[in-house]
Design a binder for this molecule. Structure first.
Ligand SMILES: N[C@@H](CCC(=O)N[C@@H](CS)C(=O)NCC(=O)O)C(=O)O
Length: 235
């Protein structure tokens, strides 16, 4: 059933991605859209002051939401699946068993994002080190399932790649703070990270000022990681 959401400031595009500048889940959807060459409008909102129209269309109050001719779809994995079913080329594998495996690794990407959150909000050095160790263990698990590369399933870019591009992007900033050893002993993961960072769709999923915005966000967490960082420049 199509509902009307006239309160949302909709543009003229068929597809509108309701976004936040730093959100890794938004980036998944933006990467899938770019891989498929589908034009869309991106609308960033302030998650610290969620507009009323956003809360109306986002049952969990989270980005991303994809508006398809005004009809909201929420949850990034669902958005990616919808786009894969409706816009060529298919990014998920054709074989049902292989596709199920990929869906599992999409979920694993979300698990890593949760650990990344716990890492950058860790209150003290002990917790920070514990979360770095958890991340290291997770990437060891990924290392064991990666084929020769360059991408998750080999030569073809897939949805799991769209999920891990934003995961790896965090480490470009974390690496400037310290070497946390997260990718030690994971050469295939390290190579995958490089391949994804070069992919035009992955690059284009954030604005040019993303590293500065992320640094400012991290400093403001008032965490063990924040205390290791230089003071944020005065805006
Ligand atoms: N499971 C959701 C997670 C999305 C999510 O956590 N979004 C964050 C921003 S990256 C959010 O909107 N947080 C606001 C809040 O939880 O209040 C998805 O995959 O779309």
């Amino acid at each position: 059933m199509t509902q009307s959401h006239s309160a949302a400031p909709l543009g003229s595009s068929r597809l509108t991605l309701i976004s936040h500048a730093l959100c890794p889940y938004v980036q998944r959807a933006a990467i899938v859209l770019a891989e498929k060459g589908v034009p869309f409008e991106r609308m960033d909102i302030d998650l610290a002051a969620k507009p009323g129209w956003f809360l109306e269309i986002s049952p969990l109050g989270k980005t991303p939401v994809l508006l398809v001719r005004g009809e909201p779809i929420f949850e990034s994995a669902v958005i990616c699946e919808y786009l894969d079913e409706t816009e060529p080329p298919r990014l998920h594998p054709g074989d049902p068993l292989e596709r199920a495996r990929h869906r599992g690794w999409v979920e694993f990407g979300s698990h890593i994002l949760n650990t990344i959150w716990a890492f950058y909000t860790a209150p003290d050095e002990r917790h920070l080190a514990a979360k770095a160790a958890d991340l290291h263990a997770s990437f060891q698990q990924v290392e064991r399932v990666l084929p020769g590369g360059p991408y998750f399933a080999g030569a073809r870019f897939c949805i799991v790649d769209a999920v891990f591009g934003p995961v790896f992007r965090y480490f470009d900033v974390f690496d400037e703070i310290d070497d946390f050893g997260v990718f030690a002993g994971a050469p295939r993961v390290a190579a995958w990270r490089v391949a994804l960072a070069r992919r035009p769709s992955v690059k284009a999923a954030v604005r040019a000022e993303y590293p500065q915005l992320l640094r400012k966000f991290l400093v403001e967490r008032n965490s063990a990681l924040s205390r290791r960082m230089e003071p944020a420049p005065v805006a």
